[in-house]
Every structure is written in structure tokens, then in C-alpha cells.
Design a protein around this ligand. Structure first.
Ligand code: GTP
Ligand code: SPV
Ligand code: MN
Length: 595
């Protein structure tokens, strides 16, 4: 890493915050870097660091005519996704972390990782990245500082957060900032840990260079620490996209939706409505995380704390998600995608013919017809949200947007119907809490196994899950005008394993029913599970799919639900100590309804 000189400070950074200066000095003493670079977020800094990353082989320049400002990064093949088994919540007691999290005592976490940080940046540069999660100065925003020895992390954080001098200025002399410390070490899975210390607003991460393990503003601060802060401060930090649906009359309705990792948030947030919905427009506020607070009007207001998209590349095409394809035309970093002979990117599911020859995600020659994938299934793009043609004007609004509907959706081949609405807030919390989903490549481990993923937060809740449900239930009394709560499933399959519902842009049909329900403009049919669209209410005109398939996607089969009911018992057993009484009652009510 020391092949090229990196200036000690590339921009003009004024640092007067003594708490920050002390922490950086203390960290430098421990990690012993060759140099310290304070990142100011300037364009000059981007150029210098990008150049350095290219010279040291961290980034490969793509064809600059086709993809201006775009680069490819190949991570270590042992380091391609989040590692849930190596992710820890370090609260004073194990009970505070709860049975769904790995726990380590704070002293043990600091000692164990502290030893690994000892001298870990020798011969390396230490970067100090001040950043704001949320529009700078928003009452909902939080300041973090990440110290890292990875230039790849710096360049990603530049896209994913509002970083640099502005964040530092907002922090002022305050000690109220998240301390995130990351060292790549030698990328050895045996020395890979992501530890969260919620009481100290601190994150320590070692041994990885990938995504959610190391871009500490994202899953670590915005969700794990964020959910803990939300509980104590009375707000919600959620794994949710935020979108605005604008009608031809110019009315915009905001919806937040929680789907587990690699289950469709980015796609839904950037959706382009089909022809039938001419004049309708979907605007993206955020594609992964929502921070929500009760506003003075008694509604729930949400901001997207991020400034970019760390999106799944495979499956992204002009057909499935044109706005994502347009977002990655320039100034985008690609991780673990395949490389074409003319220096462009490729992945499975992209438009056009499969190229004859490629360089695969590990840098090996690849030929069409190969049984191996050219791009890693969890290959990602990091794109500035400003690139998105559908970016909502409200994406930078410090007050956020008012949420009219909350949607929970899992990836389920069977059982769960296309759409239903909860009977009320408590029932909606129950639907979110008991949600199951098939695992994906976004985390290491088996793929396609159904597990309970409450509110898509299983890997991201920074405290006891039962207490988290309690917090959701308690929020009701503070929200005078609560959003309506829905459940969806885009992934139900026929007996041949084909998706029954076309999904993507066609999800607008479901979204239209959701917002009509949220505004109380359309009736619904009561079922034992919740409210579903009345016959004819789901607008299917112009949809090129046999109606029997849509009916099958909507079907409620009580035998399947009796099995689902049994599967949910596992969650209740696991969370027995803190599962709210209200959710136990919901379960009892469901049992009487399905018999
Ligand atoms: P994370 O970034 O990991 O949080 O993922 P995400 O929730 O943003 O998921 P994303 O939108 O990137 O989609 C993940 C995968 O689901 C991709 O392979 C998509 O092609 C696929 N997908 C998204 N929406 C739909 C849909 O409506 N129907 C079907 N069948 N697949 C979808
Ligand atoms: C997810 O897994 O939900 C992601 C990708 O958004 S990562 O940043 O790696 O967590
Ligand atoms: Mn995500």
C-alpha cells in the first residue's frame, strides 16, 4: 500500500473538535499508521485518492468513454458479503442484545479487537472520514466519523454519505458523534469481526473490506446503532426504501417498504409504472434505510440517511430497472462484477446477448456457456443518488417526507399472497414481526432457506427483538395519523418454479391499491389474514399475464397458513422472554381465524 505517496492532508481541513482530535490521536497510537489523511470531501481529494487506488491495484479503471468516472474493484473472494455469524452486539448484558443477535461483553469486544488493531495500520494510511447520515443539519440526521485503512472505503463513503468538511462543521465542538473504527487487517475470515457498542455509540470492524461490514454509516450506524438510539429517543430506524407516488393530478403519496436484503427494495424504489399508468410517476427518496420520527402534525416523517445506492448488480437491466441502469452510467464504483474486453461491466441478467468472453469477478478468463457465474451473485454498484433520473426533490429535504403507508415484503415461493392490508397498527406490527423470507446471497451462508426475518431487521436490530416489537407497538400512541400497514410478496412461484407475478414495474398495480387504501378511497375484502383487494379492484388492464396466474399469486390457502402458523412458533419460542403480550394475542386471534 505504500507504493505511491499520499499527502498527509489532501484538502484544506480545519479540525478544532478536541474530542475528535483526541480519539484520532489515541487510535493512531494504537494502529500506528504511516500517515493520517483527514478527508474533506473535495473534488481534488477524490481525484488524488482515485489515482492512488488505481496505482495500487485497488481500483481498475473502466472504459472512460463508456463509463466516465467508473471503476471496478475486486474484493478478496473470501470477503464478498455481510457476515452475520461474525457480527456482534456488545451490550453490558446478553439480554439487551437479545436471542437473535450474537453477543460479546463490551470489555471482551474491546480487548479482542483492540489486540487486532495494535499496529494494524503500520505501512498504511489512516483515513479519517467525518460524515452526516441524513441531509446536513437535518434534525433527523446523525454525525459519524469513520477511521479506516481502506481507500476503497473512503471512495465508497464519499458516494454513500454526505462526508467531509460540512459534516465536521455541523458537529462543531460536540462529542455526540458515532466513532467507527475499521481495519482491513489481512482479510482473514478467522480475524473478521464487526462489533457494535450501542451504549458508547461505537463500532469496531476488522478483517473485511466489503460493503455492509465496512461502510460503517450504513448497516452498522444507520440500523444497528440507529435502532438502539431510536428506541431510547422515540423514533424508528428501519431497513426500508422510501418512495413517492405522484398521480396525474399532482398528488404525491409517500410509502416506506421493508424487504430483506436482495428482496427488491432498490427495484421498488426506482420503479417505472407500466403504460396503463400513464401520467403516474414514482420518485425515489431512498432505497435501503429510513429514519422516521413523529412530526408536529402527528404523522410519521422519514428521511433517507444515505446519499447513494449500494445496489445489487445481477438482475439489473433496462428491462427490470432502467433508473438503476441510468444511475450507474458515470461516477460509479463496481464491486465483483465481470469485465468485458472493451472495459465495460457485465453481470448475469443484463440486457443484450451474453458476451462470448469476459473476465470474471475474480479476474479469471470466462467463456460464454461456462457453468460458473461471471459476476458474483452479490456483486454491487455504488452510485450517487444524484445520478438517479427519478430522484425525489424531497431526497435532500431536512424535514423528510410524510409516510402514508408502510409495506412489509418477504421472498416466499408459497403461502404469502401478493398483497394484503393489516386490520390495524398492532396487527400490522404482527405481520411485520412474523414475516418469513428465503435467504439470499447478500449474506454468507445457505441461500433459499426460509427464516423469520422480522421487519427485514433480523441482521440489523441493535437490541433485543422483543423490545423492538414493543417499541413499534408503543409508537402508536405518539402517531396521531399513523400510516396504514401492508404485506406483499412478489416472489410466489408456480409448480415449475416460475414467478406467478411479473413484478418490477407491474408492482405499480399493487402500489396503486396500497395508496388508494391509505387514502381510504377503495374498499377491501376481509379474510382471516387481513384485508385484500375486492374482485376487480387490483387494476390488471393491459397486463400480459394469464388471470389464473394472478389469482394464484393472490390465493389464500388455509392449509398453507396452518403450516406457516406452526413455523412462526419458533420465533415466539426464541423471543419468549420479551415477546409483547399484544403480539401473543394477535397470534391467538389468528389461530381462531384459520382454525
Ligand atoms: P439490498 O441492497 O441487499 O438491501 O437488496 P434490495 O432489497 O434493494 O433488492 P434489489 O432491489 O436489489 O433486488 C434484489 C433481487 O431481487 C434482484 O435480483 C432483482 O432482480 C430481484 N427483484 C427485485 N424486484 C423483483 C420483483 O418485483 N419480482 C421478482 N421476481 N424479482 C425481483
Ligand atoms: C444488505 O445486505 O441489506 C445491503 C448490502 O444493503 S450491505 O451494505 O452489504 O449490507
Ligand atoms: Mn439492504
Amino acid at each position: 500500500m505504500s507504493a505511491t505517496e499520499v499527502p498527509t492532508t489532501v484538502g484544506k481541513m480545519t479540525v478544532t473538535n478536541q474530542h475528535l482530535l483526541d480519539w484520532v490521536a489515541e487510535t493512531a497510537k494504537r494502529t500506528q499508521p504511516d500517515k493520517i489523511v483527514w478527508c474533506d470531501g473535495s473534488d481534488v481529494e477524490r481525484e488524488v485518492l482515485t489515482q492512488y487506488a488505481v496505482e495500487t491495484g485497488v481500483l481498475i479503471p473502466l472504459n472512460q468513454e463508456k463509463r466516465p468516472g467508473c471503476y471496478l474493484h475486486r474484493s478478496n473472494p473470501n470477503d464478498v458479503a455481510r457476515v452475520e455469524h461474525l457480527t456482534f452486539i456488545c451490550t453490558p448484558t446478553k439480554e439487551e442484545a437479545g436471542p437473535t443477535n450474537n453477543w460479546m461483553a463490551p470489555a471482551d469486544g474491546y480487548a479482542k479487537l483492540g489486540a487486532m488493531f495494535e499496529g494494524s495500520m503500520k505501512g498504511r494510511t489512516m483515513y479519517v472520514i467525518p460524515y452526516s447520515m441524513g441531509p446536513v443539519g437535518s434534525p433527523l440526521a446523525k454525525i459519524g466519523v469513520e477511521i479506516t485503512d481502506s481507500v476503497y472505503v473512503v471512495l465508497n463513503m464519499r458516494i454513500m454519505t454526505r462526508m467531509g468538511q460540512a459534516a465536521l462543521t455541523t458537529l462543531g465542538a460536540s462529542n455526540d458523534f458515532n466513532r467507527g473504527l475499521h481495519s482491513t487487517l489481512d482479510v482473514n475470515p478467522d480475524r473478521r469481526f464487526i462489533c457494535h457498542f450501542p451504549q458508547d455509540n461505537t463500532i469496531w470492524s476488522v478483517g473485511s473490506g466489503y460493503g455492509g461490514n465496512v461502510l460503517l454509516g450504513k448497516k452498522c450506524l444507520a440500523l444497528r446503532i440507529g435502532s438502539y438510539l431510536g428506541k431510547s429517543e422515540g423514533w424508528l430506524a428501519e431497513h426500508m426504501l422510501i418512495l413517492g407516488v405522484e398521480s396525474p393530478e399532482g398528488e404525491t403519496t409517500y410509502v416506506a417498504a421493508a424487504f430483506p436484503s436482495a428482496c427488491g427494495k432498490t427495484n421498488f424504489a426506482m420503479m417505472i409504472p407500466p403504460k396503463r399508468f400513464d401520467g403516474w410517476k414514482v420518485w425515489t427518496v431512498g432505497d435501503d434505510i429510513a429514519w422516521m420520527r413523529v412530526g408536529p402534525d402527528g404523522r410519521l416523517w422519514a428521511i433517507n440517511p444515505e446519499a447513494g445506492y449500494f445496489g445489487v448488480a445481477p438482475g439489473t437491466s433496462m428491462k427490470s430497472n432502467p433508473n438503476a441502469m441510468l444511475s450507474i452510467r458515470e461516477n460509479t464504483l463496481f464491486t465483483n462484477v465481470a469485465l468485458t474486453p472493451d472495459g465495460d461491466v457485465w453481470w448475469e441478467g443484463m440486457d443484450g446477448d451474453v458476451p462470448e468472453e469476459l473476465t470474471d469477478w475474480q479476474g479469471r478468463p470466462w467463456k460464454k456457456g461456462s457453468s460458473e457465474k461471471a459476476a458474483h451473485p452479490n456483486a454491487r454498484f455504488t452510485a450517487p443518488m444524484a445520478n438517479n433520473p427519478a430522484l425525489s426533490k424531497a431526497a435532500n429535504d431536512p424535514s423528510g417526507v410524510p409516510i402514508s403507508a408502510i409495506v412489509f415484503g418477504g421472498r416466499r415461493a408459497t403461502t404469502v399472497p401478493l398483497v394484503m392490508q393489516s386490520f390495524n397498527w398492532t396487527h400490522g406490527v404482527y405481520l411485520g414481526a412474523t414475516m418469513g423470507s428465503e435467504t439470499t446471497a447478500a449474506a454468507t451462508g445457505a441461500v433459499g432457506v426460509v427464516r423469520r426475518d422480522p421487519m427485514a431487521m433480523l441482521p440489523f436490530c441493535g437490541y433485543d427483538m422483543g423490545q423492538y416489537f414493543n417499541h413499534w407497538l408503543a409508537m402508536q400512541s405518539h402517531i396521531k395519523n399513523p400510516p396504514k400497514i401492508f404485506q406483499v410478496n412478489w416472489f410466489r412461484q408456480d409448480t415449475n418454479g416460475k414467478f406467478l407475478w411479473p413484478g418490477f414495474g407491474e408492482n405499480m398495480r399493487v402500489l396503486k391499491w396500497v395508496i388508494d387504501r391509505a387514502h381510504g378511497r377503495v374498499g377491501a375484502q376481509e379474510t382471516p389474514l387481513g384485508w385484500v383487494p375486492k374482485a376487480g379492484h387490483l387494476d390488471l388492464s393491459g397486463l400480459d399475464v394469464a388471470h389464473e396466474r394472478v389469482d394464484a399469486a393472490n390465493a389464500i390457502n388455509l392449509d398453507e397458513w396452518r403450516r406457516e402458523f406452526e413455523l412462526q412458533q419458533e420465533l415466539y419460542d426464541k423471543l419468549d422472554a420479551t415477546m409483547p403480550e399484544a403480539l401473543k394475542l394477535q397470534r391467538a386471534l389468528l389461530q381462531t381465524r384459520i382454525g
